[in-house]
Design a protein around this ligand. Structure first.
Ligand SMILES: C[S@@+](CC[C@H](N)C(=O)[O-])C[C@H]1O[C@@H](n2cnc3c(N)ncnc32)[C@H](O)[C@@H]1O
Length: 250
C-alpha cells in the first residue's frame, strides 16, 4: 500500500553555519550536547512503550540485559549495515529483505515512525533487522567495537537550519571520527542530501578527515536496486536536485 507523503519542507536557500554554536557543540559533544531528546542518562523515564521483548527493537538504557545480549550476538554474526534516520523505512525494509545474509541496524529517533517501522518489519518477517529510537550518536560507541561496521547509510540527514539547533547536526568532526573508528578498512559511508551547502560541509569533513577516500560515484552501482527513501522520492517528484556520496574507509 502506498505510504502517505510526509509534509516535506524545502528550507531556506542558504545553508548557514554558526561557528560559535558549532564550537560549543563540538567541545561538549562527549557530554551529549545536541543529542535528540537530551542525554538519555538524565532522562527520568521513557514515555512511549516499545514492542515487548523479544521483538528486535531496543533502547540501550531500557532494554533488559538478556535482550541487549541478543542484540550483541546479532551485531557480530554477519556483515553489518547501519542506517541513521530511517523515517518511513522504505529503503531499509526493502534492502534488508533483499540481503538476508547481512545484518542491519536502523535508528529513528521519532517514536511514531519507529513503531510503524517495527510493525512493518515484523509483518515482513525480517529476522536480520534490529531497530531503535535512541539517538544513534549515543548508542554507536557503546554498542560496537572498532572496525565492526561494513556500511553506514545516512540518507538526507536533517540540516537543522536554525542556529540554535545546529548542535543537532550529525556531521561535525567528532561524529566523523566515530564513523571512521567503527567502519572496517574497505567499509563504506553512503550519504545523500538535497541541501547543497550541507553536502559541501559533509564532503569537506569526510574527505578532509584522512581516514576516507574521496567520494566514489561509481559505487552507486552497488546500490542500483535500492528503494528510494521518502525524501528522495519527494525530490524526484518535485525536480529537486540531490547528491549521493560514497566514501570508502581507507
Ligand atoms: C530528513 S529525515 C530523512 C529521512 C529518510 N532518511 C529519508 O531520506 O526520507 C531525517 C530523519 O532522521 C531522524 N534522525 C535525525 N537525527 C537522528 C539521530 N541522531 N539518530 C537517529 N535518527 C535521527 C529524524 O527523526 C528524521 O526522521
Amino acid at each position: 500500500m502506498p505510504q502517505p507523503r510526509p509534509p516535506y519542507r524545502v528550507g531556506p536557500s542558504e545553508f548557514d553555519i554558526d561557528p560559535d554554536r558549532l564550537e560549543v557543540a563540538v567541545a561538549r559533544y562527549d557530554q551529549g550536547k545536541g543529542l535528540i531528546g537530551g542525554n538519555p542518562e538524565r532522562r527520568p523515564r521513557w514515555l512511549h512503550p516499545l514492542p515487548p521483548e523479544p521483538a528486535s527493537v531496543f533502547r540501550l538504557l531500557e532494554s533488559s540485559p538478556e535482550h541487549r545480549q541478543r542484540l550483541q550476538t546479532f551485531l557480530t554474526a554477519a556483515p553489518l549495515e547501519i542506517e541513521i534516520g530511517s523515517a518511513y523505512g522504505e529503503f531499509i525494509l526493502d534492502w534488508a529483505a533483499a540481503h538476508p545474509e547481512r545484518h542491519f541496524l536502523a535508528f529513528e529517533v521519532k517514536w511514531k515512525l519507529l513503531a510503524r517501522l517495527a510493525k512493518r518489519s515484523e509483518r515482513r518477517g525480517l529476522a536480520n533487522l534490529w531497530l531503535s529510537d535512541d539517538d544513534a550518536r549515543y548508542d554507536l560507541p557503546r554498542l560496537l567495537a572498532p572496525g565492526s561496521v561494513d556500511v553506514f547509510h545516512i540518507l538526507f540527514p536533517d540540516p537543522w537550519w536554525k542556529p540554535k539547533h545546529q548542535a543537532r547536526r550529525l556531521f561535525v568532526p567528532p561524529f566523523v571520527d566515530l564513523l571512521a573508528q567503527l567502519l572496517h578498512p574497505g567499509g563504506m559511508l553512503r550519504v545523500a542530501t538535497d541541501v547543497p551547502g550541507y553536502g559541501e560541509v559533509i564532503q569537506d569533513l569526510v574527505e578532509g578527515h584522512g581516514a576516507f577516500t574521496p567520494t566514489q560515484p561509481q559505487l552507486a552501482a552497488r546500490f542500483a536496486g535500492a528503494t528510494p527513501t521518502s525524501r528522495q522520492a519527494f525530490c524526484e517528484e518535485t525536480g529537486r536536485p540531490y547528491t549521493y556520496y560514497y566514501f570508502v574507509r581507507r
